[in-house]
Design a protein around this ligand. Structure first.
Ligand code: SAH
Length: 231
């Protein structure tokens, strides 16, 4: 008889993942602690669980992906959060980035446009008992005016421009992080600081995200237009 496969301790794998994040330049202790706490393997499909703690993006269904841990950690760090902040996330996907922000003590308003992901992720967040995440299904490029202004806005899909409604819904002193690029799936990560003097823009380097689709994003085409679409 073959030996049963060894039981892998997810917490040990997460510690190893976090050590690699430190080597790659993630220094914010609160972000590293959140990455130790949140069970990433529960946010990926069962078939991908053994790879959940490798530094790779993975499919989450509907042609979408959960970002690689390094990018989630980097964006969380560059967002400069502190506990109690109100954050808008556009592109809930698996819910992992939202769970990291919630573990940082923030109140997260997160928007997903695809029905299937909205349903599966809201069920998962309920099962995990995470309370400080409020999820909505709609076009996130229009923001969430009824809950604005936000201290921070994070967009986890890439569009051709910075959606104006998001700039309007950002509080003064706030930070907006968004992948922007004139070609789909090839963007620069842009950070905007809204100050009394105006908007300060920084380029944080190249990133690869799935498309931001909506009124202020790319138009839905091909396999994006079907019954999973926002109706
Ligand atoms: N933050 C996610 C990453 C998901 S991938 C995670 O941690 O897993 C990006 C997601 O953005 C996809 O689920 C896609 O459906 C969604 N999306 C794309 N355009 C959107 C829009 N206009 N409004 C809301 N969600 C959008």
């Amino acid at each position: 008889m073959r030996n049963p496969s060894p039981v892998i301790d997810p917490k040990r794998l997460r510690r190893r993942m976090v050590n690699e994040l430190k080597v790659r330049g993630i220094t914010d202790p609160a972000v590293l602690q959140a990455m130790v706490e949140v069970p990433r393997h529960l946010f990926v499909q069962e078939a991908w669980r053994t790879q959940a703690y490798e530094d790779a993006s993975l499919p989450i269904g509907c042609n979408q992906t959960i970002s690689q841990p390094f990018i989630v950690a980097l964006m969380s760090q560059e967002l400069e959060t502190s506990p109690g902040m109100r954050i808008l996330e556009v592109g809930t996907g698996s819910g992992y980035q939202a769970a990291i922000l919630a573990a940082l003590g923030c109140t997260v308003f997160t928007i997903e446009r695809l029905r299937e992901l909205y349903q599966s992720t809201s069920m998962l967040l309920r099962q995990l008992g995470i309370r400080n995440i409020h999820m909505q299904r709609r076009d996130g490029t229009l923001g969430l005016p009824e809950a604005a202004p936000f201290d921070r806005i994070i967009v986890t899909a890439g569009g051709p421009e910075i959606p104006r409604p998001l700039l309007e819904q950002l509080d003064t002193g706030g930070i907006l992080l968004i992948p922007v690029g004139d070609k789909p799936r090839l963007q620069r990560l842009v950070r905007i600081r809204k100050t009394f003097q105006g908007m300060l823009k920084e380029d944080l380097g190249p990133v690869v995200f799935v498309d931001l689709i909506g009124d202020h994003g790319w138009q839905a085409t091909g396999c994006n237009v079907h019954n999973k679409e926002l109706s």
